[in-house]
Design a protein around this ligand. Structure first.
Ligand code: SAH
Length: 382
């Protein structure tokens, strides 16, 4: 609930306290966690409107058992994914989408890495940590609450062990027979891009025999898969030296040669490849979030356009581009227009042959479509 939608606050609730949310006519809408510093002033725990709920005090309605139960239920919903044996790593809790606003928890084998991003989650930190540690087989709960979004809640960074044994320095995500190193302490997000699971499957499908260009490669998950599937050649580009070093280690870990790892700015590197008339049969384009907010969307749209224009130009005849946007502010619709504009400007005829999304462990609540932040297109040029 945005601050502009709040007409009145009774009393002075503490940061993270459970507050009763009521409509203008006094009807109870539900219980929420109060965030005095944030634009998003209250985050809904429940949309209860039964008289029993309304009669209950905040402490009775949202108590330890309620919060722990939400975590356990979210984790249980991942058992189908984790039970297939395809992967031992998944996002167990995805904030609002799992009814636990402000908590992201990713599981890698016996280790859970979590982020608490709101005053509400902060207020329940011990209950949340205990609930994660109580999940079957969990030996370690580590906190990576160092995302910028905490500042908007008036919270400083917090990083460190919450429960159990320290994370193993050799921690890996086992997925589809591959082993990907998880950089728990120094990596992006919680150490690995779990949200690109479906992207990795698409790379596996398209890589064989192709000259592959992996732009924004991070620790080379796509490159490892492309190498294993028999790519004809491989070039990975990222601005982070440590990420590329990790990509080399991931190659070794999987017994494959990940090819050339080039450190540098993607825009510059792509222009360089264009000027040298290089061509590729499979290009992977997975930039970081270029629009953090609606206001940055215009500028970000131009950047996505530039990147995709350069990439389309580098496609060999029949070449395939896997292109993503992880900006929540950009809809699939707009993204498709951007890519279409890029192909038009590149004077290349191309068609969409597939769409990519965040995977099932990053669910989207029906009333909150904005939670669908990751979208991708598989585009084939003539
Ligand atoms: N596809 C990767 C995730 C990419 S995350 C995976 O599946 O694991 C985005 C990456 O872009 C990060 O590794 C970051 O270091 C890199 N990056 C950010 N800005 C960049 C730039 N201007 N040029 C090249 N790489 C950049």
């Amino acid at each position: 609930m945005f601050s502009g939608a709040v007409a009145r606050v009774d009393g002075a609730p503490a940061a993270g306290a459970t507050v009763r949310v009521c409509a203008a006519d006094g009807a109870m809408l539900g219980w929420a966690a109060y965030s005095p510093e944030s634009q998003i002033r209250a985050r809904m725990w429940s949309f209860a409107d039964t008289s029993a709920d309304a009669a209950a005090g905040a402490e009775a309605a949202i108590d330890d058992a309620f919060v722990a139960g939400r975590v356990a239920a979210a984790a249980a919903r991942r058992s189908a994914l984790l039970g297939t044996g395809f992967t031992d790593s998944a996002r167990l809790v995805f904030s609002e989408a799992d009814g636990v606003p402000g908590l992201v928890a990713d599981r890698y084998g016996d280790t859970v890495v979590c982020q608490l991003t709101t005053a509400g989650a902060e207020a329940w930190r011990d209950v949340l940590a205990d609930a994660l540690f109580a999940l079957p087989g969990v030996e370690c709960v580590y906190e990576r609450s160092d995302a910028d979004v905490r500042e908007r809640e008036g919270l400083g960074p917090r990083v460190g062990l919450l429960r159990g044994v320290p994370p193993s320095p050799d921690l890996v995500a086992n997925e589809g027979g591959f082993r990907f190193a998880v950089e728990v302490e120094g990596g992006h997000k919680t150490g690995f891009y779990l949200d690109q699971r479906d992207g990795r499957a698409a790379v596996a499908q398209w890589a064989a025999g192709r000259r592959v260009l992996n732009v924004f490669s991070y620790t080379g998950a796509f490159s490892v898969i492309a190498a294993a599937r028999g790519a004809a050649s491989l070039l990975s580009i990222d601005s982070s030296g440590p990420a590329l070093e990790a990509a080399a280690r991931n190659g070794t870990l999987n017994g494959v040669d990940v090819g050339e790892l080039r450190e540098g700015d993607a825009f510059t590197a792509l222009r360089g490849l264009r000027d040298r008339a290089q061509h590729y049969d499979l290009i992977l384009l997975d930039p970081p979030k270029l629009a953090n907010t609606e206001r940055q969307l215009d500028k970000a749209t131009r950047a996505y356009k530039d990147l995709n224009l350069l990439a389309v130009k580098l496609l060999a005849p029949g070449g395939v581009l896997l292109t993503w946007s992880c900006s929540g502010a950009m809809s699939m619709d707009l993204f498709q227009k951007v890519v279409a504009g890029a192909a038009l400007d590149a004077k290349r005829e191309a068609r969409i042959i597939g769409r990519l999304h965040q995977p099932s462990d990053h669910p989207v609540p029906l009333p909150f479509p904005e939670a669908e932040y990751l979208k991708g297109l598989i585009v084939q040029a003539r």
